[in-house]
Design a protein around this ligand. Structure first.
Ligand SMILES: Cc1cc2nc3c(=O)[nH]c(=O)nc-3n(C[C@H](O)[C@H](O)[C@H](O)COP(=O)(O)OP(=O)(O)OC[C@H]3O[C@@H](n4cnc5c(N)ncnc54)[C@H](O)[C@@H]3O)c2cc1C
Length: 486
C-alpha cells in the first residue's frame, strides 16, 4: 500500500514545500476539532487530507455523540445526570484502565457539548423514548448504550447520553462536519486536499516528529511542523491485512467505514515507535431492535441456551453471539410480540412459525428438550417479573406463552453483521502518542479512530463513543500541540 518509507530522517530532507506550526493529518471530526483548537491557540495550522474534501467517516455517520453529565439537552428532557454518575457508569462498563481519560472526559463533557453547539452543531431539545440504533428524525437525545443494563443500572443512575445532531436523514453528521470545516475556513486553518500523508519526518537528534511527507498529484512534498503533528486519519476497518492480522472476525462481517479508513495513521505512528492498544477490539452490529418489543423475546444459541440479556446494547449482543458455538443464535418470540426486525441491513431471516416449542426445537436442530426447558424456566420467572439468570430489566419481561411461536436466525453466517475497529495508537490525557515504554513521543499527537478508543470491545461500546471522545480528544490534541515549545 505504501510506496515510500513510513518514516524519514529530517537530516535527509533538503527542501520543505511549506512550514507551519501544526500539521493535522485527516479532516474528519477529530482532525477538524484539533485544527480549530490549535488555530485558536494561535498556531498556523495546515490540514492534510487524502480525499478531495473533508468529512471522512464522520460525515457519513449517524451523528450520535456520547455526551452527558448534565448537558443542555439532558436538562431540557429532564434526564438527570452529572459527571460522577457518568464516570461511575463508564468505569463499571469499561474497566479502569483508562480511568484518567474517562474522568477528564466526564468532568469536561458539559463544556464540550456547549463547545460543539457554539460551533453551529445543533442538538434538538427532545427525547426519543423508544429503542433505536439511529434516528431518521431530528430528536436530540436517545439511550444508546448499556446504562439500563444490569449490573450497571445498580451502580449508576441510568441516563440517556446519545446526542444526535439535529438533522433528518441517514447522515446527520454531514451537517456537523460542514459547520466545523466552515469554522476552520473562517478562522484561517489551511488545508491541502488530495494529499496523502506517506511518512512522518523525524528529527533524530531529539527523536521528535517535525514534519510529514505527502503525495499530491503524483509528487512527494515535505511539510515542516514547528510544534507537532496530529494524526487523525480514522480507523483501519478497510485494511484487509490489518484486519486479518489483528482481529478474530468472522468472514461474513462487513466493514463499516470509508475507503480511506485504512489504518494509515496507525502505521505511520507505529513506524515512528508508537505503542498501539486494543488492536483486537471491534464493535459488530446487526440489531434485533427496533422495534423494542422484540427485546421481550429470548436469544438462544444452538444448544438452546440463553447467553446474553436481550436488553443489551446491540453491539454487546453481537459480541456475545460471536462467542457462541459456530456463532449461531436464534431470536425466539411468541405471537404477542411478533414483529419483523426493522434494521434492513441486518437481514435477520424469519425461519418459520411453529405451533409448539417442541416443533421449533426439532426444526432448529437444537438438543432435544433444551429450548423447552429454557423457555419453561424463563416463563416461570418472567411471570414474576424476574430474570435470575441474566437480569433483563422488568420492562422487557413477559412470559412467552402465547403461541404460535416464531424464530429468527440471527447467526453471524446468516444475518449481515457490520463492524468497526476500536484499536489504534495509544495516547495519554494530552492526546500525546505514547511510545512502547509509555513515554510521549515529542511532537506526535493522535485523536479519533486512529487511536485506541476508551471502550475496547463491543461489549462496552455505546453509540456515540467514537464521535464524542474523538471530537473531545481532537480538541485536546490541537490545544496541547499548539502550546508546545518549538
Ligand atoms: C455509517 C456509519 C455510522 C456511524 N455512526 C456513528 C455514530 O452515530 N456515532 C459515533 O460515535 N460513531 C459513529 N460511527 C463511527 C465514526 O463515524 C468514526 O469512528 C469517526 O467518524 C472517526 O472519526 P475520525 O475523525 O477519527 O476519522 P474520519 O472521520 O474517518 O476522518 C479521517 C480522515 O483522514 C483522512 N485520511 C486517511 N488517511 C489519510 C492519509 N494517509 N493522509 C491524509 N488523510 C488521510 C480520511 O480521508 C478522512 O477524511 C459511524 C461510522 C459509520 C461508517
Amino acid at each position: 500500500m505504501n510506496d515510500t518509507p513510513l518514516t524519514l530522517s529530517a537530516s535527509d530532507i533538503t527542501h520543505y514545500s511549506s512550514t507551519h506550526d501544526v500539521l493535522v493529518v485527516g479532516y474528519g471530526i477529530a482532525g477538524a476539532c484539533a485544527a480549530l483548537e490549535a488555530r485558536r491557540t494561535g498556531a498556523d495550522v495546515m490540514v492534510i487530507e487524502r480525499a478531495s474534501a473533508g468529512g471522512g467517516a464522520s460525515a457519513v455517520s449517524s451523528g450520535l455523540f456520547y455526551l452527558g453529565g448534565g448537558t443542555g439537552v439532558q436538562k431540557a428532557c429532564n434526564v438527570e445526570d452529572d459527571a460522577d454518575n457518568m464516570y461511575r457508569f463508564m468505569i463499571a462498563s469499561m474497566g479502569s484502565e483508562n480511568a484518567d481519560m474517562i474522568r477528564m472526559y466526564c468532568d469536561q463533557n458539559v463544556e464540550h457539548f456547549n463547545w460543539l453547539e457554539a460551533q453551529g452543531i445543533p442538538f434538538e431539545r427532545s427525547y426519543h423514548q423508544g429503542k433505536a440504533v439511529f434516528l431518521l428524525s431530528s430528536e436530540g437525545l436517545l439511550s444508546t448504550g448499556n446504562e439500563k443494563l444490569w449490573p450497571y443500572r445498580e451502580i449508576a443512575r441510568p441516563a440517556a447520553r446519545g446526542h444526535q445532531v439535529q438533522e433528518e436523514g441517514d447522515s446527520p453528521c454531514r451537517l456537523a462536519m460542514e459547520r466545523l470545516i466552515q469554522r476552520c475556513l473562517d478562522e484561517g486553518v489551511n488545508a491541502t486536499y488530495d494529499s496523502r500523508a506517506t511518512a512522518l519526518i523525524i528529527d533524530d537528534g531529539n527523536n521528535s516528529i517535525v514534519g510529514v511527507q505527502i503525495r499530491k498529484n503524483g509528487e512527494l512534498l515535505n511539510l515542516r511542523a514547528h510544534k507537532g503533528v496530529v494524526l487523525a486519519t480514522g480507523g483501519f476497518v478497510m485494511n484487509h491485512d490489518m484486519v486479518a492480522s489483528n482481529l478474530q472476525t468472522s468472514p461474513t462481517l462487513e466493514p463499516l467505514g470509508t475507503p480511506y479508513s485504512d489504518g494509515a495513521g496507525i502505521r505511520l505512528g507505529s513506524a515512528a515507535g508508537a505503542a498501539t492498544d486494543a488492536m483486537n477490539g471491534l464493535i459488530a452490529t446487526a440489531s434485533i431492535y427496533p422495534p423494542g418489543q422484540l427485546i421481550k423475546g429470548i436469544i438462544v444459541n444452538r444448544n438452546g441456551k440463553r447467553f446474553v440479556a436481550e436488553d443489551s446494547y446491540h453491539g454487546r449482543t453481537a459480541a456475545f453471539i460471536a462467542e457462541q458455538p459456530q456463532q449461531r443464535a436464534y431470536l425466539i418470540v411468541d405471537s404477542e410480540i411478533f414483529a419483523y426486525p426493522e434494521i434492513e441491513s441486518a437481514r435477520h431471516q424469519l425461519i418459520d412459525g411453529f405451533e409448539s416449542i417442541e416443533e421449533m426445537e426439532s426444526q432448529l436442530k437444537l438438543p432435544p428438550g433444551s429450548l423447552t426447558q429454557t423457555l419453561a424456566d424463563y416463563n416461570l420467572h418472567a411471570a414474576a417479573s424476574r430474570d435470575p439468570d441474566f437480569h433483563k430489566h422488568s420492562d422487557w419481561l413477559k412470559p412467552l406463552d402465547k403461541g404460535p411461536w416464531a424464530a429468527f436466525d440471527i447467526s453471524y453466517n446468516r444475518s449481515s453483521y457490520l463492524f468497526m475497529t476500536l484499536g489504534g495508537l495509544k495516547i495519554n490525557c494530552n492526546a500525546q502518542v505514547l511510545d512502547r515504554e509509555g513515554n510521549a513521543i515529542k511532537g506526535l499527537y493522535g485523536a479519533g479512530a486512529c487511536t485506541a478508543h476508551i471502550p475496547k470491545s463491543g461489549k462496552s461500546y455505546a453509540s456515540g463513543m467514537s464521535l464524542g471522545p474523538g471530537s473531545f480528544f481532537g480538541r485536546v490534541a490541537g490545544r496541547h500541540c499548539a502550546s508546545a515549545a518549538q
